[in-house]
Ligand binder design. Structure first.
Ligand code: HBI
Ligand code: FE
Length: 284
């Protein structure tokens, strides 16, 4: 987590100063190494919106981006801004920020020995993974709608349903394109190994996105996903989600929860996974 020079200057909405001048040369170097590694994986895997966003926002300048500079470009494109937070923020605060087109980003940089995995979102995951997508106008609207739906979910005790939607779209989403499946999920695109696994490995299921199905499905937080859901496009995703979820929450009260690897009768299966990776992991 943050180095000692990063003080705890918490505001009430959990946002803090990025303290860009406080990053060390090693932390900037870690960004550059992560960046170069990921960019090499993107052609043929990342969706076009992500590639466009990366270019428009000039995230390849070298080193950890200064949020104030990044925000000038991002705000001009879609009205979104990035705000620094110390780590995970409480759900209500998280939703409120999104509903106001403010994306909370961890400001700390992972240590060199955590290049491949860390449990809390750092500045590389949050900026490289999430922010290019926020430059896309329809995805930008989806994220705001998600924040508003999140605030409303708190009055229905439906947070777990909304969290699954975020997980299987914003973090681990795939998309159909005329060239085949592409990645738009930030959790995948900021991971060297999952960028290959999610698209190319035989192990995970790949299933067409369905809102209620996703809201009923548990997920893995500590390892590769066992099922990925593919949307038809951002317009379709926004249309599916730009509605009152109350009837769905009511319907879900009588429904079972699906396991992370489960295929159900109503699924449009694009690839039925062998689950070999997960089985071997459990056995070892
Ligand atoms: N806080 N900084 C940060 N980043 C997240 O992705 C995040 C969070 N707080 C809550 C949260 N995510 C999830 O519980 C939501 O997906 C529901
Ligand atoms: Fe994330």
């Amino acid at each position: 987590m943050g180095s000692p020079k990063h003080t705890t200057d918490l505001d009430s909405d959990y946002t803090i100063d990025q303290d860009w001048a406080g990053y060390t040369a090693l932390e900037h170097d870690t960004w550059r190494r992560l960046y170069e590694r990921q960019v090499a994986l993107l052609p043929g895997r990342a969706c076009q919106a992500f590639l466009d966003g990366l270019e428009k926002l000039n995230l390849n300048d070298g080193g950890i981006p200064d949020f104030s500079v990044l925000n000038e470009a991002l705000h001009a494109l879609t009205g979104w801004r990035v705000v620094a937070v110390p780590g995970l923020v409480p759900d209500a605060a998280f939703f409120k920020l999104l509903a106001n087109r403010q994306f909370p980003a961890g400001r700390f940089m992972r240590k060199p020995e955590e290049m491949d995995y860390l449990s809390e979102p750092d500045v590389f995951h949050d900026i490289f993974g999430h922010v290019p997508m926020l430059a896309h106008p329809v995805f930008a609207d989806y994220m705001e709608a998600y924040g508003q739906g999140g605030l409303r979910s708190l009055t229905f005790d439906a947070l777990h349903h909304l969290a699954r939607l975020y997980w299987y779209t914003v973090e681990f989403g795939l998309m159909h394109t005329s060239d085949g499946l592409r990645i738009y999920g930030a959790g995948i695109l900021s991971s060297r190994t999952e960028s290959v696994f999610a698209l190319e490995d035989d192990s995970p299921n790949r299933v067409a996105f369905d809102l209620q199905r996703v809201m009923q499905t548990d997920y893995r937080i500590d390892d590769f996903q066992q099922t990925y859901f593919a949307i038809d496009g951002f317009e379709a995703l926004l249309a599916a989600c730009y509605k009152d979820f109350e009837p769905i929450y009511r319907a879900l009260e009588d429904e079972t929860t699906f396991l992370p690897d489960q295929i159900v009768l109503t699924d449009t299966v694009l690839h039925r996974g062998t689950q070999q990776y997960a089985v071997e992991k459990t056995a070892s």
